[in-house]
Design a protein around this ligand. Structure first.
Ligand SMILES: *[C@@H]1O[C@H](CO)[C@@H](O)[C@H](O)[C@H]1NC(C)=O
Ligand SMILES: *[C@@H]1O[C@H](CO)[C@@H](O)[C@H](O)[C@H]1NC(C)=O
Length: 721
């Protein structure tokens, strides 16, 4: 079990939330109504056309969730203060005072929470509901309800709030543009903004404009907010933890085991607050080096306003995190020079709160590492203060800095190159299995870090996998329960390893077949790891069995792709000829593989293209003028494309949106067949897609791998026990 992993519970325990009658969601006083019930009522009302009820329930759901958190924070803080945990004494009864304090604290929490929250079990929302709130989905319903109620101002804010966490959502973007023109609304409010993040962004904005005093005000406030939020984050980690794997296998641990299991999760959660606080809503990756960056900006800003004491203080604080940072070391030396003789330099110390945080962080690290070995957890410490590789816009440095006198201080980021921490790219390692047949290398596939292999699995295994697939498929599983076809002309079905195993355990498919899915995934993983000569372990990030079936009667006029051109871990920006490693792309994916099961279908070739897929839109969608042929958003391009590239045109003959068609810049095309596997690195160097399946069903196992143990798909590992 490890922090941040995919969990059994998410899929296995889809406990139904019974919607309360919506009228009842307005009840005031009494215990707090569970937000998941309010949410369900709101959604139900929305679909029932009761928009006033929907808005009321959704607003209350959001309020209830906020209040739940506030109440928990209040009680945990209070009980921490009231009941201190005692030290262990000596002798046979030595542990009693400790456990006595533990019991009293638990009692304190209960009696503190109960009046407002009622039984704690009332507030256990399912993973799905929590994820909806995380992704701010309620605001999407809210804005639509507000439109119906003609509350444009509220609608605009709700839309904006949703958009901040879903920047790839194009419909909402369009809605926001509409509000701006129809309602004349200019300042939009993010109703879920994190204050420390807002202040940080404002600080950096001012910094970029060389408004150093304002930058200082905002960055200092951001720091205050950060440490406050950090404390809250720590406290919230003390909530219930999930023991999904154990629940499934009927967890029965002894006292110390149970405490250790729970505590390790709490500790890992607390330790990860660094990442949590540095991550913008709806994003996957944190802003790198987030907390230290505050001090970096500040040291330079203070220098620019002539406060050398503070400049040195911030530089020294930064050096706590990166003691060997040459630029800041130089800057610190420069400030020391400026201050020499005016005061005792030893009195200028790094900031206390940063020191305390680092001390705690190191201790947590130590505990996690040592304990994980003893307890058989797997734990790998992520690099929390990584200095390179962040987006330029995060760090753009005022141009004036470059005209700084040679020996003057610099922002430490200016001199640094921002190379991707690219591993050395190699290929041609052993294939490990004698029956696997090498077909093409990168060069033959006209690109880099690509390989094509045959006979990775046998005919019989193909058939068996296909049976597993048919046995367990539910439309859309694996893409978060959505029937989310990239094209309306195919049915899209998928199953995760998780689901296969669940069905295996439940006897709905033979366990042996379910197990095969895992075994061949592992075989593919080993081959990829070996062929690309990777030094560190390659982990599963996500594994998915997927079939695309051509829908009969919808195959004429098709010039779309079954899966639009995309890269697996970044957002393609053909205009800039860049692939941004930015959410919503899965930035942690490092290698990808597709293992095919059959060949009895038409179309469906896997293609590699050049990154410059600009020709796609320009050549096929010349700017059409009449209103019927105005550019329109095509569903198939909505996956990972920037909005401007999602435009197709409306065909006047049938009124449907015709997506931009195949890119001209095809590099290689691969016809799937049983046992064939194509594998490649997941970055912008390998844009790829799937041509339309025009007849029959095309099935494959899609595998994504990561070198970052934090993102490994735990399911695949846990079943080996
Ligand atoms: C693997 O490690 C060796 C030595 O540690 C190094 O020389 C080599 O470049 C590394 N290979 C890759 C692909 O990073
Ligand atoms: C690679 O490019 C060459 C020349 O354009 C082409 O003939 C060949 O078919 C391509 N390779 C594959 C596997 O598609």
């Amino acid at each position: 079990m490890a922090p941040g992993s995919r969990s059994w519970g998410a899929v296995l325990l889809l406990a139904a939330v019974l919607p309360a009658a919506c009228g009842s969601c307005g009840a005031e006083g009494g215990p707090l109504e569970p937000f998941d019930e309010l949410y369900a009522s709101g959604v139900e009302a929305y679909y029932g056309g009761d928009f006033a009820g929907a808005a009321r329930c959704l607003e209350q759901a959001l309020r209830s969730r906020r209040e739940l958190r506030a109440e928990r924070l209040r009680c945990r803080r209070r009980c921490r203060g009231q009941v201190r945990l005692a030290a262990l004494g000596a002798g046979p009864a030595g542990e009693l005072p400790f456990f006595w304090a533990l019991l009293r604290r638990a009692g304190c929490l209960r009696s503190c929470e109960e009046p407002r929250l009622g039984a704690t079990s009332r507030h256990r929302a399912t993973e799905e509901v929590r994820s909806d709130f995380q992704r701010r989905v309620p605001y999407s319903y809210l804005q639509r309800a507000y439109i119906q109620l003609n509350k444009l101002e509220e609608a605009a804010n709700a839309a904006h709030t949703f958009f901040m966490a879903n920047p790839e959502h194009m419909e909402i973007q369009q809605d926001i543009e509409n509000y701006k023109t129809t309602a004349g609304k200019v300042s939009l409010i993010d109703l879920e903004a994190k204050p420390h993040m807002e202040d940080y962004s404002a600080g950096v904005r001012h910094y970029d404009k060389e408004e150093y005093r304002l930058a200082i005000t905002f960055l200092e406030r951001a720091l205050e907010g950060y440490y406050a939020e950090d404390e809250d984050c720590q406290i919230m980690c003390e909530g219930p933890q999930r023991f999904e794997e154990h629940e499934y296998l009927e967890y029965k641990a002894g006292l110390y085991e149970a405490i250790a299991d729970h505590y390790m999760q709490v500790l890992a959660c607390k330790h990860d607050c660094i990442r949590e606080l540095a991550t913008r809503s709806g994003r996957i990756s944190p802003i790198e080096n987030f907390l230290p960056l505050h001090y970096d900006y500040l040291q330079f800003a203070y220098y620019r306003v002539g406060d050398y004491v503070k400049a040195l203080e911030c530089a020294r604080t930064y050096l706590l995190f990166h003691p060997d940072d040459e630029d800041v070391l130089e800057n610190a030396a420069y400030y020391e020079d400026l201050l020499k003789g005016t005061l005792d330099l030893a009195t200028i110390k790094p900031r206390k709160e940063a020191k305390a945080l680092l001390r705690r962080h190191k201790l947590e690290s130590h505990l996690l590492r040592v304990a994980s070995i003893g307890l058989g957890f797997t734990y790998t410490e992520p690099n929390y203060w990584k200095r390179y590789g962040a987006r330029q816009d995060e760090h753009s440095v005022p141009s004036s800095i470059s005209s700084e006198p040679e020996d003057g201080p610099r922002l430490s980021l200016t001199k640094k190159p921002t190379p991707k921490p690219d591993r050395e790219l190699k290929e041609g390692g052993p294939l490990l299995y004698s029956d696997v047949k090498f077909v093409y290398n990168s060069q033959q596939l006209n690109g880099t870090q690509r390989v094509l292999l045959d006979n990775v699995i046998s005919e019989e295994q193909c058939r068996e996998l296909h049976r597993v697939a048919s046995g367990i498929m539910l439309a859309g599983d694996g893409y978060r329960g959505k029937t989310s076809p990239h094209t309306p002309n195919e049915r899209f079905e998928g199953a995760t390893v998780l689901k296969a195993l669940k069905y295996g355990y439940e006897g709905r498919v033979p366990l042996k077949s379910a197990r095969l899915f895992y075994d061949i995934s592992e075989k593919a993983r080993r081959i990829v790891e070996s062929y690309f000569m990777l030094n560190s372990t390659l982990y599963f990030s996500y594994t998915h069995l997927v079939c695309r079936t051509a829908l009969s009667g919808q195959q004429e006029r098709r010039n779309d792709l079954s899966h639009p051109i995309h890269a697996d871990n970044c957002l393609l920006d053909p205009e800039a000829n860049e692939c941004w490693k930015e959410p919503p792309a899965y930035t942690f994916r490092d290698y990808s593989a597709l293992l095919y099961m059959n060949a009895d279908f038409e179309g469906g070739e896997f293609i590699f293209t050049e990154m410059d897929a600009k020709t796609v839109t320009v050549s096929q969608c010349p700017f059409l003028v009449s209103s019927e042929t105005a550019p329109c958003r095509s569903p198939m391009w909505s996956w990972s494309q920037t909005p401007s590239r999602a435009l197709g045109h409306r065909d006047p003959r049938h009124g449907q949106c015709v997506p931009p068609s195949l890119p001209v810049f095809l590099q290689a095309s691969i016809k799937p067949k049983c046992g064939r596997m194509v594998s490649f690195s997941s970055g912008g160097e390998n844009p790829h897609g799937v041509k339309a399946v025009t007849k029959g069903q095309r099935c494959a196992v899609a595998l994504w791998f990561t070198l970052d143990p934090l993102y490994r798909e735990l399911v695949s590992l846990s079943i080996t026990v």
